[in-house]
Write a protein of this length. Structure first.
Length: 310
């Protein structure tokens, strides 16, 4: 059963210069399309990961899902009770003037999920679930490490009793050893509480550990979507292949690894046709002229024409 569905969702931002500058220099308004007709569904109980280089639109999708941005067009349908978000920076996402007890209790009191007499016990239980002590509730965020702060963020998110957690690069600001601890905690909570995750990341090594399915984004569009095991073993889109080829080969298989060539184009003046064609070794005239539509969950003329071997 689908818990979340996005249908041709787009988001535009007005990036025009100030009004007086535009009048004096006779410039029109300028709009940036950060998300371009994105469609996918999230099944109850799974982890869908969105990956791609910086600036591809994945964090904007996260904010669209939780309602921090309204879509410019398209439809978002959610069939759960509540959703919560875990932000990237645990140093910026917690109020430094509040004790941890108040931070975690806020969703409970705001949503009326417990009588006032039971809020403190519920906060203590949540802190214990994420590997902290109930006594930590009397401390302020600055008294904790980055990994501990992210545990507090997770406890705060769970306090709202969500069905869906949108996780925007929740481990990227943490040390590698701490990343593993947080990922293990999230997996344990998912299994025990039946949570559904939308997991935003640029780190394919992390995604390979947590994802059930993966959507690969490029310049605001989903260019490939599929089951994680299949996508990592048999990537189809040239961009997905380039991302995976750039991952260090820890198995030392001897396979050549190459970095992703070129740079993401300026979204204010995207290329014609397929946005990836300036970096793609398989691009032809059709790719430069015609934007590919997603067929069988991959948007690539070369794949659809059989010019790329599996």
């Amino acid at each position: 059963m689908n818990l979340l569905e996005l249908d041709a969702v787009s988001r535009d931002f007005d990036v025009s210069r100030p009004w007086l500058n535009r009048v004096l220099e006779r410039e029109p308004r300028r709009s940036l399309r950060a998300v371009d007709r994105v469609s996918f569904e999230v099944r109850r109980g799974e982890t869908l990961a969105l990956v791609g280089e910086s600036g591809c639109g994945k964090s904007t999708v996260a904010r669209l899902i939780v309602g921090l941005y309204p879509p410019s067009e398209g439809r978002i349908a959610y069939r759960g009770r509540r959703m919560q978000m875990i932000f990237q920076d645990p140093y910026a996402s917690l109020n430094p003037r509040w004790r941890v007890n108040r931070i975690v209790a806020e969703p409970i009191t705001h949503l009326g999920l417990a009588a006032s007499s039971g809020v403190r016990d519920q906060v203590a239980s949540l802190l214990t679930q994420v590997g902290l002590s109930p006594d930590d509730g009397e401390k302020y965020p600055h008294e904790f490490s980055g990994g501990q702060r992210q545990r507090i963020s997770i406890a705060r998110a769970l306090a709202g009793e969500p069905d869906l957690l949108v996780c925007d690069e929740p481990t990227s600001a943490l040390d590698v050893s701490v990343q593993a601890q947080i990922l293990n905690l999230m997996a344990e909570l998912q299994n025990r509480l039946g949570l559904t995750y939308v997991f935003i990341s640029h780190n394919l090594a992390v995604v390979s550990q947590v994802a059930s399915r993966v959507g690969v984004m490029y310049l605001g569009r989903v260019v490939e979507l599929g089951e994680a095991q299949r996508l990592f073993s048999r990537p189809r889109h040239p961009y997905t292949r380039m991302l995976l080829d750039a991952v260090p080969d820890l198995a030392m298989s001897g396979k050549a690894r190459v970095p992703v060539a070129g740079e993401v184009p300026n979204p204010l003046s995207p290329p014609s046709g397929c946005a990836f064609h300036p970096r793609c070794p398989y691009a032809d005239e059709r790719c430069r002229r015609e934007r590919p539509q997603a067929i069988d969950d991959v948007a690539c003329h070369a794949v659809q024409e059989g010019r790329i071997t599996p």
